[in-house]
Design a protein around this ligand. Structure first.
Ligand code: ZN
Length: 81
């Protein structure tokens, strides 16, 4: 049965950040990998954190996206006025 209520979710989240930033030592990364197989809560956190990082990375690599967004917002504000 899978654990849906992690007893050390804060600690796991810290580890998740380290692993995603490639700052965790191999043994901690292995521990997390094993933990995620039996801990649904942390697996979910891991996926969320991973998606956030992917989104941030995409924005950094494609600076046109936020600029377009800013322009869209400016246009919308102008329309309101
Ligand atoms: Zn956990």
């Amino acid at each position: 049965m899978q654990n849906t209520n992690c007893p050390e979710v804060e600690k796991c989240l810290e580890l998740i950040h380290l692993v995603l930033d490639n700052e965790a030592p191999a043994e901690q990364e292995n521990y997390l990998t094993e933990h995620l197989e039996m801990c649904m809560q942390c697996l979910e956190n891991f996926n969320i954190e991973k998606e956030i990082r992917t989104a941030l990375k995409t924005r950094l690599e494609n600076k046109k996206v936020p600029l377009d967004l800013i322009n869209t917002i400016k246009v919308k504000i102008a329309e309101i006025d």
